[in-house]
Design a protein around this ligand. Structure first.
Ligand code: NIG
Ligand code: FE
Length: 417
């Protein structure tokens, strides 16, 4: 079926010549067309422009064409969410209460809570249960405007359970209309049985897990939590080198808890993204400038853990690109709501609405290796777009925080919600 959206009050994030990301001051601009149409054919964006220029090519006229009148409404490319852990079993609201009472993320982790708690629950869950839980979360984020998600393993922490998680993600790729990328994160935490001997666990990741993950082609990317109390720069480099040998490009957790050297390690191994970045100073900014690594901030995690904020304003003003992601996970960010992330990016990080939208669309698409296919309204790109409720302006998107401003979601050219 072809879809024609007419009378669009403002078609947002249009692109005439392709770009993979936007950096620095460019992030403050979003191209739009007012009083626009958008034509979708065979799952792709076929044409767009001003209503007065609407001309339907002959082959479209004969075919089934569904017309949607978007008077008073905006149309945007769906959000890309380049960092989530949305395959998990059980929630962790009791730790959340401990956090409110003053325990830190690291203290909870040291007591066997945190990631290890999720690993225990994941071990007890079947693949079918995990798929069902994740499908429900995916359905929820579609309704909130997300069109692509990266999903990590990392609650397995042994060979069998890491593979189980990645097989669940492979099923999600098959069942869900979302575009999904899988990341192997065996190095999310050191399991209890390796406490005191983390190198042995790193050896297991390198010698056993990575080759198996690669032989079943279960992952697109490889991740390491390179931070104080988790994995060192040396561990990280060994794991990344092993992953790269099998074609897994790094996307890593870095500098959430300290100036861990994770950003430098990520850039050195040409990571697609380095994520979190609460501890980013001049040296880290210098290393990122001129690299092909997307700095990705996770406002939901910083908000939920009440952590210092990554210096996004300074990074953009230094010429860097920024992407945002939800970090959807049961411990540090139990929400995949990218509309809320837009609001946090602007309210907490002082990013303008345009910067926040660029960060959640084209730059986020880059951070999952998809900016040639997704992240903007461009002819030939995959038709993942949403239509808002009647709203006054782009600025209203982050301004009206907490409510769903989306009425219709189209994924791969089909109405998904
Ligand atoms: O991105 N920082 C490390 N990992 C996750 C948290 C996962 C968890 O607590 O379950 C994050 O915030
Ligand atoms: Fe994370």
């Amino acid at each position: 079926m072809n879809i024609l959206i007419t009378n669009i009050k403002e078609l947002v994030q249009v692109e005439y010549s392709s770009k993979l990301m936007v950096c620095g001051s460019e992030m403050g601009t979003i191209k739009t067309v007012r009083n626009a149409f958008l034509l979708i054919s065979k799952g792709k964006i076929a044409d767009f422009g001003k209503m007065e220029d609407l001309f339907l090519p002959e082959e479209t006229e004969g075919r089934k064409l569904k017309t949607i009148d978007a008077t008073g409404r905006l149309v945007l490319p769906c959000f890309c969410d380049p960092h989530t852990h949305l395959v998990y079993a059980g929630s962790r609201e009791l730790e959340y209460v401990d956090k409110i009472k003053g325990l830190s993320y690291e203290e909870i982790a040291r007591r066997g809570g945190g990631i290890l708690n999720s690993a225990k629950r994941l071990h007890e869950a079947t693949e079918t249960e995990l798929v069902a839980g994740a499908m429900q979360r995916l359905e929820e984020v579609i309704q909130l405007g997300t069109g692509a998600v990266e999903i990590k393993s990392g609650y397995g922490l042994n060979t069998e359970d890491e593979l189980k998680m990645l097989r669940v993600i492979r099923k999600l790729k098959e069942y869900s209309p979302l575009t999904i990328k899988a990341t192997f994160l065996g190095a999310h935490a050191v399991p209890a049985e390796y406490r005191g001997n983390p190198k042995e666990y790193v050896d297991l990741i390198i010698n056993e897990m990575i080759p198996l993950v690669a032989s079943e082609e279960l992952a697109d990317y490889i991740d390491v939590f390179c931070d104080r109390g988790f994995f060192t720069v040396e561990d990280t480099e060994r794991i990344l080198m092993a992953g790269i040998k099998y074609g897994l490009r790094p996307k890593i957790h870095a500098n959430e808890l300290d100036y861990s050297g994770g950003i430098q390690a990520g850039v050195k191994y040409n990571a697609l993204s380095v994520d979190h970045l609460e501890y980013t100073g001049d040296e880290e900014i210098k290393v990122l400038l001129g690299s092909e690594t997307m700095p990705t901030i996770l406002p939901g995690a910083a908000f939920f853990l009440n952590m210092p904020l990554a210096p996004a304003r300074k990074m953009i003003d230094s010429g860097l690109p920024i992407a945002v992601a939800s970090d959807f996970n049961p411990g540090s960010s139990p929400s995949g709501n990218m509309q809320l992330i837009l609001s946090m990016a602007s309210i907490l990080y002082r990013m303008t609405p345009e910067e926040a939208i660029n960060a959640a669309t084209i730059n986020a698409a880059y951070a999952m290796g998809l900016s040639e296919e997704l992240g903007s309204i461009a002819v030939g790109k995959v038709a993942n777009v949403f239509i808002t409720n009647p709203i006054p302006s782009i600025e209203y998107m982050p301004y009206a925080y907490g409510s769903n401003k989306i009425e219709t979601v189209i994924l791969n050219g089909k109405i998904a919600w």
